[in-house]
Design a protein around this ligand. Sequence first.
Ligand SMILES: Nc1ncnc2c1ncn2[C@@H]1O[C@H](COP(=O)(O)OP(=O)(O)OP(=O)(O)O)[C@@H](O)[C@H]1O
Length: 235
Amino acid sequence: MEVLNVNLKQASYYDKKDAIKDITFVISQGELVGLIGPNGAGKSTIIKSILGLMEDVDGEVVMGQESKFAYIPEHPTFYDELTLWEHIELAKAVNGIERDSYYKEAEKLLTTFRLQDEKHHYPGSFSKGMQQKLMIIIALLIKPKLYIVDEPFIGLDPKAMKDFISLLEEEQLRGAGILMSTHVLDTAEKICDRFLLVNYGRLIAAGTLEEIQGKSVLEGSLMDCFYVLMERDND
Ligand SMILES: Nc1ncnc2c1ncn2[C@@H]1O[C@H](COP(=O)(O)OP(=O)(O)OP(=O)(O)O)[C@@H](O)[C@H]1O
């Protein structure tokens, strides 16, 4: 079953027409799809279009039956006047979450991500990685059908990265679909089921690693294929 169906004809900024053009893809339950492409390719614009944050956009974005989704932004956003734990309480209230295990799960995630000592501190005083962990914890507690994750790996320490990846795997098994934008291609290659390659605002390749290799006529890594397909598209 699909959790996300994207059909975007175009999205523009006032001084950048067609920042993205003809972007079409679906994400099914349990799938982790990597959104990759060079700086300025249009990944954030695709994500913003899905989230409904682009003013000038043509097309359609349909989320699965249960429209609950969680967005993990590249740049953490939080309330300066709320502590970490108050953010967790707020997420429960705002999302109308009633399951009894919520706070127990929150405690467990705080332990995993080594934030127990900061529980009653304000995230404004946290490092970038710690703020990012707060975004991740809240998204996981929402237990959405769809995750939209913007560059999660830059800033996380290796243990946090490993823990985050295995938690995402558990979420996939639960049936969640994930769209993840990243520049960390060696990790993407290991964890993603499929890839969307974006260049100059257009989708230049989509598929599994094997399919991408077929398209680039290369048995190499995702990074090698990506390089070949981009060079070919730039010609
Ligand atoms: N707020 C904005 N106003 C005008 N143009 C923008 C704006 N944001 C992005 N663009 C332009 O839209 C295009 C796509 O940018 P986008 O931020 O989507 O790329 P990206 O793939 O996310 O890049 P990166 O990997 O560097 O984050 C670029 O040409 C960029 O200059």
